[in-house]
Design a protein around this ligand. Structure first.
Ligand SMILES: Cc1cc2nc3c(=O)[nH]c(=O)nc-3n(C[C@H](O)[C@H](O)[C@H](O)COP(=O)(O)OP(=O)(O)OC[C@H]3O[C@@H](n4cnc5c(N)ncnc54)[C@H](O)[C@@H]3O)c2cc1C
Length: 394
């Protein structure tokens, strides 16, 4: 072999990036996992195809509520409760290490009821909450309006969930990455992950551009784009669920808590902005803000808090939630040794950030987890696909 050839080989081996854990995707999920693992003493690399934190984690409303919005979400209540309970400690840690604020507000949320059968609806909602071990108090309309004078006169009743919170997800994501980096994680922007590096039944790392990154553990956390990474779609068949949002500013109107109606939520931020959202649309990877989307949100927001009709519109945007066929998160190891998935958080990714990071770290460092996550296994899609093909006549 010529001398020149030997040198080339040496250089390519020497330049192959190696880490203990390679993470594909730098949203809040990938960032929080990196922080936990770096603090556990592991060498972590996070690859993002752009600047981290510019997708769903930036577009979110940042509500931290484990209460189910519909019966399909009951399956995540326990996970959500665990994550919400971890939040104060998580925020304190992130703020302390990063030196940055996250805009965490633990001021409660108020679910409003406008129906004529409000009494029956109220007792059903309260019973459901208590059955799930969630704190919730029934309120008469006048008591709710005393707490939140911005609420409409048409209100019939409300449910107060005093322990719930919200966070400025843009600040949180930036602070998480700063904290992860200060804890030793390597954050690599503008590095698109093409695929996993598969070697038989093992995942040996990631294929990033034309480079191989070697890691005994690989975590896929690329949000709604995860399924586009080669070799991953069977474990993370996610699709984007677009959400449009509006930021309002009102001079003579104060909202303290997160307010919900059936059609909209309003989320006050520490900087005085009031976020209103959100649509849920299945239109592919399209992030355009539309007249119809904005009209729907504004009409519902003004119905809930009529004083908002004089508010200024400061910003509009849209983002893509990572949704799965059963709308549940996709968490845990796969049948490829070394490959884990952490995505599919749909409408609850900010809520579920601390518990996701905790469970992935526990699995990687202890090979066991403190919450049963079987239900969220990436393998459930493989068995669903196998069942379907079994039923299909030849
Ligand atoms: C309008 C809206 C409102 C929401 N409101 C709430 C809420 O109130 N409460 C709540 O809990 N959740 C909410 N969510 C959901 C929450 O925002 C998401 O579940 C969460 O942000 C998902 O985080 P993620 O890190 O998985 O994905 P993302 O933030 O989308 O990050 C994925 C990252 O992967 C990167 N990436 C993609 N492909 C590649 C590749 N091939 N190589 C390298 N990098 C790649 C992207 O650039 C991106 O940075 C909302 C979402 C939206 C859109």
């Amino acid at each position: 072999m010529s001398r020149k050839r030997v040198n080339v080989l040496r250089t390519s081996t020497a330049s192959m990036k190696k880490c203990d854990v390679a993470i594909a995707g730098g949203g809040v999920i990938g960032g929080a996992i990196a922080l936990e693992l770096a603090r556990a003493g592991l060498r972590v690399c996070v690859f993002d195809r752009q600047k981290p934190g510019q997708e769903a984690s930036w577009a979110s409303a940042g509500i931290i509520s484990p209460a189910p919005e519909n019966p399909g979400m009951i399956a995540t209540v326990e996970l959500g409760k665990r994550s919400a309970a971890l939040y104060p400690e998580f925020v304190a840690l992130v703020e302390e290490i990063s030196g940055q604020s996250t805009g965490y507000r633990r001021k409660g949320t108020l679910e409003t009821i406008f129906s004529h059968d409000a009494k029956a609806e109220l007792s059903t909602i309260i019973a459901l909450h208590h059955g799930l071990g969630l704190e919730a108090e029934p309120l008469r309309a006048e008591d709710a309006r005393e707490l939140e004078p911005a609420l409409s006169d048409e209100l019939e009743a409300a449910v107060l969930r005093p322990g719930e919170a919200s966070i400025d997800n843009r600040l949180l994501t930036a602070a998480v990455f700063e904290a992860a980096q200060r804890s030793g994680a390597e954050i690599l922007p503008a590095r698109r992950v093409k695929g996993i590096w598969r070697d038989g039944a093992r995942c040996r790392g990631l294929l990033v551009g034309n480079e191989k990154v070697e890691a005994p553990r690989t975590v896929i956390a690329a949000g709604c784009f995860s399924g586009m990474i080669e070799g991953v779609s069977a474990y993370a068949p996610v699709k984007p669920a677009k959400g449009q949002m509006i930021a309002l500013r009102a001079d003579n109107l104060n909202i303290e808590r997160v307010l919900w109606s059936e059609k909209v939520y309003l989320v006050p931020r520490n900087d005085g902005r009031i976020l209103a959202g959100a649509t849920v649309e299945y239109v592919g990877f399209d992030k355009r803000v539309t007249a119809g989307g904005i009209e729907k949100i504004l009409a519902a927001a003004i119905e809930l808090a009529p004083g908002l009709k004089d508010a200024r519109i400061e910003e509009t945007w849209a983002g893509l939630r990572p949704d799965s066929a059963d709308h549940l998160p996709i968490l845990g190891p796969t049948d490829l040794e070394g490959l884990l998935v952490a995505t599919g958080h749909f409408r609850s990714g900010i809520l579920l950030t601390p518990v996701t990071a905790r469970l992935i770290r526990e699995w990687i460092t202890e090979q066991k987890v403190s919450v049963d996550w079987e239900r969220f296994s990436p393998l459930r899609f493989l068995s669903a696909a196998a069942r379907t093909s079994h039923r299909t006549p030849a």
